[in-house]
Design a protein around this ligand. Structure first.
Ligand SMILES: Cc1ncc(COP(=O)(O)O)c(C=O)c1O
Length: 463
């Protein structure tokens, strides 16, 4: 019997219609949105691959747990179920609920850092970086060299460079480093995992200098699964055992539950440090809520408690990683340049290599994202010159970002194999007509975070 490329380990109990419009309708909507996919109504998108955050489908088990939600202000039983689930997976002593990942960061950094602090990471996520800076600290990214080469299939491109960490400690002194962070999986480059060997190497350095190690653990289960299938010695271990070994190396974690918590909202902060926990709870009360609900409803805590257990099921993780790999490997086999290997939650297309006739100042990532919508109603996310470039302050001339990528992020348990086949066909249809794709020119940009509101016009074919 020939098996499909991946098998969804669930059946569908509740459905949500999606609408595929005509190409002409999509063309009109693109003009109206100024060729910015953020400005489309979600109803006008057929397959939405903008993000994997908070866009997953909850299970029957989670929906029924929601009915047990205890909405008491203090001491709710929902909190105990949430805390017990988190404790049993992570082993951390203090578990603090928050409304989403960045709220955990917003509390952790002011409590641990001061002006002049330095926080090394494999790569900080953008909200992590911003919250670190807001607390007066300097976030530092120390990825391994292999992470910079888009096409090499190195299995653990999310690793931190341990020698670079040693150098930073030697340069600034351990007293200025209140914590080191590891993002698992590393969102940089599309969910590339961090190996257990690397987590342990980083932990060993931290221990030598008395520096606590925290995980940004929002995709901890995907990371554990990659360790299982890619790292020697872990094939017979369960994702739960591997996840526990990862958390045992750390002194705490932040987590957006909108990813591997399998919920639409929620997050948490954990620590083994009693003083940090006390200070964090004081800040929590100021901004989020009482420590037994932390900005969430009791029912949200129950959904997270169930989701954190479901996400560690090996059949789910096998399907999850196989579906991302299927999308990535199939388009790559047809010649589409992608970041190799495909990560856990997303496939990244190298838009500069896809559209070599467009200079970065004509926004090849945004141009490709626009074509994927026009061709098939697929919405994805540009990670390139629109986000990380910008006008030079002196000359006003647009400065390109180091890379122009397009991210196809896969919501959890939402799209089926036939949706993936459709995405593949759409990408390949755009690939076949790539030489005729035109660049974009900005007609409006905000001073900050311009990608959310930018407006473009299409350049003439000869430009
Ligand atoms: C690695 C990483 N850390 C932190 C966050 C922030 O989480 P949230 O969006 O829930 O605030 C994200 C969100 O995408 C993320 O990918």
């Amino acid at each position: 019997m020939s098996m499909p490329p991946f098998l969804e380990p669930f059946r569908i109990k509740s459905v949500e219609p999606i609408r595929r419009m005509t190409r002409e309708e999509r063309g009109r909507l693109l003009e109206k949105a100024g060729f910015n996919l953020f400005l489309l109504d979600a109803d006008d998108v057929f397959i939405d691959l903008l993000t994997d955050s908070g866009t997953g489908a909850m299970s029957a088990g989670q929906w029924s747990a929601i009915m047990n939600g205890d909405e008491a202000y203090a001491g709710a039983s929902s909190f105990r179920r949430f805390r017990d689930a988190v404790e049993s997976i992570t082993g951390f002593r203090h578990v603090i609920p928050v409304h989403q990942g960045r709220a955990a960061e917003r509390i952790l950094f002011p409590v641990t850092c001061k002006r002049g602090s330095v926080v090394p990471s494999n790569a900080h996520f953008d909200t992590t970086r911003a919250n670190c800076e807001f607390a007066g600290a300097e976030p530092l990214d120390l990825p391994i060299a292999e992470a910079r080469d888009l096409s090499t299939p190195f299995p653990f491109k999310g690793n931190m460079d341990p020698a670079a960490l040693e150098n930073v400690i030697a340069r600034v002194g351990s007293s200025r480093i209140p914590l080191v962070m590891l993002t698992v999986t590393n969102n940089f480059g599309g969910g590339q995992p961090v190996s257990m060997a690397n987590i342990k190497a980083v932990k060993a350095i931290c221990s030598r200098y008395g520096i606590p190690l925290y995980l940004d653990a929002c995709r901890f289960a995907e990371n554990a699964y990659f360790i299982k299938v890619r790292e020697h010695g872990y094939a017979d271990r369960t994702p739960r055992e591997i996840a526990r070994e990862m958390f045992d190396c750390a002194d705490g974690c932040t987590m957006s539950a909108k990813k591997d918590g399998l919920v639409n909202i929620g997050g948490l902060l954990c620590t083994n440090d009693d003083a940090i926990a006390r200070a964090a709870k004081d800040l929590l009360i100021l901004g989020e809520g009482y420590p037994t609900y932390g900005g969430l409803a009791g029912r949200d805590l129950d959904a997270i408690a169930v989701g954190l257990n479901e996400v560690l099921e090996a059949e789910y993780l096998e399907y999850r990683v196989a579906s991302t790999a299927y999308l990535g490997n199939t388009i790559a086999a047809a010649g589409v340049p992608i970041v190799q290997p495909p990560g856990g939650h997303a496939v990244y297309i190298d838009a500069r290599a896809f559209l070599p006739h467009l200079p970065p100042t004509q926004f090849p990532g945004s141009a490709l994202a626009v074509e994927l919508y026009l061709e098939g109603g697929i919405r994805c996310f540009e990670i390139g010159t629109l986000i990380f470039g910008g006008p030079d302050p002196a000359s006003g001339v647009e400065q390109p970002a180091p890379m122009d990528l397009v991210r196809l992020a896969l919501p959890r348990r939402v799209y089926t194999q036939s949706h993936m086949e459709y995405v593949i066909e759409t990408v390949l249809a755009v690939w076949r007509r790539r030489e005729r794709i035109r660049g974009l020119e900005l007609t409006y940009q905000a001073a900050r975070l311009r990608h959310f509101t930018a407006q473009f016009r299409r350049l003439a074919a000869s430009a």
